[in-house]
Design a protein around this ligand. Structure first.
Ligand code: SF4
Length: 182
């Protein structure tokens, strides 16, 4: 359990390991103002529910929080979680069942795991960037079109040739003349 203020939350509720509560260091409204979140709707306090819902809308982990709440109906029987009341969460579960079948939780957990694996894979084997691929294609094309083309001069790697030294001296002289004339 990662938020306080749910006094009726059973501590023995089963935990779905595959859907952990999202981590954040941000100060969550449900921790700073738990009284807005912790009541049952039947007890009234519409004003608090409205406040809680508004606060959830700006929460950085609202999406993960909602998923966690839907996966843990026993632990979230009361209170506002991710801007939803228990009735609204029940309705969301009903729609998930309609779309994904009775075993919707399994389907969502599997899809999440696949997405995690794809992200891990992308981290270890990043796809070549489009610029690099385009650059490689252009280089190949250049070689195909002008196979006898000499390699470009690389001033930082290759010793300077007499012709290059003469060209540099001429460029320097031109620059000095222009400067003197100004
Ligand atoms: S979405 Fe709402 S209930 Fe969930 S962590 Fe954020 S503030 Fe708390």
């Amino acid at each position: 359990m990662s938020r306080t203020g749910s006094p009726n939350t059973p501590t023995t509720a089963p935990v779905e390991e595959r859907i952990p509560f999202p981590h954040t260091d941000a100060p969550l409204p449900c921790r700073t103002n738990p009284q807005w979140f912790s009541h049952d709707k039947s007890a009234g306090a519409e004003e608090d529910i409205t406040r809680a819902k508004q606060a959830c809308r700006a929460c950085p982990i609202a999406k993960g929080c909602l998923k966690w709440a839907l996966f843990h109906p026993e632990a979230t029987r009361v209170g506002v979680w991710a801007a939803t009341t228990p009735r609204e969460r029940g309705e969301l579960c009903r729609r998930l069942k309609e779309r994904l079948g009775e075993n919707w939780a399994e389907a969502v957990a599997r899809r999440d795991e696949a997405a995690r694996q794809r992200r891990r894979q992308a981290r270890w084997n990043p796809p070549p960037s489009r610029d690099t691929a385009r650059q490689r294609a252009l280089s190949r094309l250049e070689l195909e079109l002008i196979p006898s083309r000499p390699a470009p001069y690389e001033p930082w790697r290759e010793p300077i040739t007499p012709a290059r030294a003469a060209a540099n001296r001429a460029a320097l002289a031109r620059a000095l003349n222009t400067k003197n004339a100004a």
